[in-house]
Design a binder for this molecule. Structure first.
Ligand SMILES: [Zn+2]
Length: 175
């Protein structure tokens, strides 16, 4: 599943949080597993070897949770939502990364692979992934209307305010 879809889902999970910093942490937790995908910089072979290894497991989940707790303002809630957000990634990958990418959830202690089978597994370029991404975008849009923020707040407050203004105008909710 592509990192943008993971981030959208993570940001939706982050919405109960009051502080922007905490929402950014929880959004990052949803992308964190794909740090092992950075191995693609060392070539396709290393990507094949390391993607879905050191990022996609329970120990990485615990590290991510601890990091969320350390840097958050609302420590407990951010840690819990960071943990949930991380696992939204694992679940999304199990559902929507095709049969070739099972999850070694207890790596490196155990190399046992976890995967769903059809109908709870589909390919990367499937309509199901598109539908999930579209659904997450609808939720983001609804937050632009109700809370005056979007996922762009993770990058820039100024750009976020501009996007919120445009979206609210479209929705006939100027200001
Ligand atoms: Zn992944």
């Amino acid at each position: 599943v592509n990192p943008i879809s993971h981030a959208l889902i993570g940001w939706c999970i982050a919405q109960p949080l009051e502080y922007r910093r905490d929402r950014i942490l929880v959004t990052c937790a949803a992308i964190a597993p794909d740090l092992d995908g950075v191995s693609i910089l060392a070539g396709l072979e290393s990507y094949g070897k390391y993607h879905h290894t050191f990022g996609h497991n329970v120990f990485a989940a615990l590290c991510t949770t601890v990091i969320c707790r350390i840097f958050a303002r609302s420590k407990m809630t951010t840690a819990v939502l960071g943990f949930v957000s991380f696992h939204s990634h694992i679940l999304a990958d199990m559902l929507g990364s095709g049969a070739a990418w099972p999850i070694p959830y207890f790596w490196p202690v155990s190399h046992k692979m976890f995967a769903f089978g059809p109908p709870f597994q589909w390919e990367l370029d499937s309509w199901q992934n598109l539908a999930i991404t579209a659904f997450a975008m609808i939720i983001v849009f609804s937050f632009a209307i109700t809370k005056k923020r979007t996922i762009v707040e993770t990058l820039s407050l100024r750009m976020d305010a501009e996007l919120v203004r445009v979206l609210r105008k479209w929705a006939g909710r100027g200001n």
